[in-house]
Design a protein around this ligand. Structure first.
Ligand code: NAP
Length: 293
């Protein structure tokens, strides 16, 4: 990115509501600058009644593409001309390419999850996993685990049982995976289920800034030193959930690599250029640490 916007500067958007917590403009504009590409990434806080008009507006203004975030990752789908196979299965799109008004939707969260967990692939094969939360990112996690990590069983723990049931049915129908078991937060054996899971993932927003004392579990007794524990949250970098897991010497992973690698895939779809992942990650860590000090 050059500091000066020009008539020919390629524009990339972000639409969501609210979007004040997003780090995507920082991430993408830094990457574009590091690669000296004449693009600019602009965030737009869009009210839901204006979603269709906003998308038409971006087409009219020749945006080359855009990111989609909460709450439009599913609502955007009827406005698109083409969906990648993965986003069709998950029912969620976070990246759109605009080819002269022809819109194609992708889900790059999958790439973020895959890149984060790939180093542990051999350890994870044919093991039981527990996932907290059954929203959009949980669906991306479940898709990635089924497609690449050969799970024996997935325990899905969610506050709203009906929502978890819809997720379970969707993966049975679309991926023929019949080993999802739904739990709520109450059963006394939840601690045993989590203890016996090789991989434990939080996909809920519990523990995110500023509610940093929240967590989906309340004791380190849920964890052991043979587990991999992944929290999709990246701010704070070590959530209460990860602190409890670390107390039991589990291997902990936060959402930073997922954030960087989902951005990398989106960037590559728009620009066909390689994303400078290490440099952007280091700058983001500096930004997060500066903000939270
Ligand atoms: P979502 O679609 O709104 O789903 C949120 C899930 O969390 C739902 O299952 C919801 O349960 C559950 N939940 C919310 N508040 C809860 C509470 N107080 N107690 C218990 N459960 C609660 O959101 P999402 O898109 O999946 O995003 C979830 C988190 O992932 C966010 O923190 C987001 O920042 C993070 N994320 C990170 C990355 C990354 O790159 N690192 C990417 C995407 C998302 P109900 O079904 O009962 O409502």
């Amino acid at each position: 990115m050059n500091d000066l916007l020009k008539i020919k500067t390629n524009l990339i958007g972000l639409i969501g509501h609210p979007i004040k917590q997003t780090y995507s403009p920082f991430i993408h504009n830094l990457a574009l600058k590091l690669k000296n590409l004449d693009y600019y990434y602009l965030p737009f806080d869009i009210d839901s009644v204006n979603l269709k008009r906003a998308v038409k507006g971006m087409i009219s203004l020749n945006f080359i593409g855009f990111n989609v975030t909460i709450p439009y990752k599913t609502k955007i789908i009827p406005l698109l001309n083409h969906l990648s196979d993965e986003s069709a299965i998950i029912g969620s799109v976070n990246t759109v390419i605009n080819n002269e008004g022809n819109l194609s939707g992708y889900n790059t969260d999958i790439n973020g999850i895959l890149e984060t967990l790939l180093p542990y692939k051999d350890d994870l094969a044919e093991k039981d996993f527990t996932i907290f939360g059954a929203g959009g990112s949980s669906r991306a996690v479940i898709y990635t685990l089924i497609k690449y990590f050969n799970p024996r069983k997935i325990f899905l723990v969610n506050r709203t049982e009906d929502r978890a049931l819809i997720v379970k049915d969707a993966f049975l129908e679309k991926m023929r995976f019949n080993c999802i078991e739904i739990l709520n937060y109450d059963p006394p054996d939840l601690i045993d289920v989590v203890q016996n899971s090789k991989l434990v993932i939080n996909t809920t927003p519990l523990g995110m800034e500023p509610e940093v004392d929240d967590a989906v579990v309340n004791s380190h007794k849920f964890f052991n030193n043979n587990q991999i524990v992944f929290d999709l949250i990246y701010n704070p970098q070590i959530t209460k959930f990860l602190q409890l897991a670390a107390m039991s010497n589990a291997h902990i992973i936060n959402g930073l690599d997922m954030l960087i690698h989902q951005a990398a895939k989106s960037f590559e779809l728009w620009t066909l250029e390689k994303f400078p992942a290490e440099d952007v990650k280091n700058s983001l860590i500096n930004l997060l640490e500066g903000k939270n000090s």
